[in-house]
Design a binder for this molecule. Sequence first.
Ligand SMILES: *Cc1c(COP(=O)(O)O)cnc(C)c1O
Length: 450
Amino acid sequence: MQNEIRIGSDAGAAAWIERDMAVVWHGFTQMECYGRNAPLIVERAEGRELIDVDGRRYLDAISSLWVTTLGHRVPELDAALRDQIDRVAHSTLLGNGNRVVIELAEALAQVVPMDQPHFLFAADGASAVEQSLKIAFQYWRNIGHGQGRDTYLAFGEAYHGDTVGGLSVGGGGFGTEVFQPLRFPVLRAPSFARKDALREAARMVETHAQRLAAVIVEPMVQGAAGMLIAPAGDFLQLQQACERTGVLLICDEVATGFGRTGSLFAAEQCGLRPDLMCLGKGITGGYLPMSASVANRRVYEAFLGPDLSERTFYHGHSYGGNALAAAVALRHLSLLKQWNVLDNVRARSAQLEASLRASERLRAAARDIRVAGLMCAIELAGDDAQRRLARRTCAAMVRRGVLARSLGSNVILVPPLTVTAAEIERIVATLAAALGDVLDEVAVLDEAGA
Ligand SMILES: *Cc1c(COP(=O)(O)O)cnc(C)c1O
């Protein structure tokens, strides 16, 4: 099969890219340039490698935008999906239940760092954030606070998804300026780039408590900001400020959840016990779209009241609690434990950081190297919109068979949680070689320009 010769219009990536551009609009992508940026047209996968329509293989070092945990085509997850499809693919959770969704929520309830949690399922991380913001807002109305308590504290450079609510609590920047008139105002703490970010946030909670419905924070790592990391110990002051003032704490674990940072949830390392938590990305191991807002007992109970009363949370997505996704998520959660995946994350994380810092070329070219679990950014020095060093380095990595993606002047590495020691070395060696290619080109251009 692997060497089969294709004929007609199906042959080769170039033809597929043409067909792609004719009908597909890619997210976060300038379509004018899409075809010239050598996109991969994936046909299938094996383990941690994606295979394109020409049979070329790429190590997936971005876990398909941070969602893949155990790899692609995991036999156990495939089996869970097949099993469930013989029962039912989907039935609505609006007013009715579904057996496998109950089983999943029971299993998740055992592991989230929360008091008597309830799970409101959706399909995307942004929807989980949106739900959580609305729940926090209505919570105060339900307990009789008609006035005040109607704004949020969020962090600079935060990313919480692309819906209007998510954009509003997000730190803005790249590509969001056009939506400024739609974004509702929030109180803004510093980004994790500032050493006093959490202290300042805690101070703002104390000062503005009467206006605040909730604080929303990405525990430990601001992923989309370029893996900005705050020391785990710093978060305790935020937790305590919320406890003292009653301001709800929302942890957005969409990126950090399910083992990414070396614990099942980053909140655990940070000593956080949130009132609301947003889950997404890795929840199904990267198989199917699923997300959830998790509410603790305090929040959940504020919504209990008579049938059809205004205390009800009138919100719910068509595909929330999809049974296929739930079956995969349930099996995935047990595999994380059974395979000791967290041990691998911690060992490979230490190896990745040591290996990056040991590379002379990377040390010379990097302004900063940030690693938390298997979330990593190599921030390149002297990068700008003209040079596009990080972007070109990632393109050179792809040509060398490792799928990477840049974020501003950062090369981002987010390998699957089951990545092996040999694959870590391959990723670092490929990055160093790719960077070499690009710096050589730049040197030639600089000379020509001088
Ligand atoms: C990716 C992400 C989101 C949005 O999730 P989608 O599934 O892309 O909507 C929200 N918050 C964080 C921290 C994320 O990394």
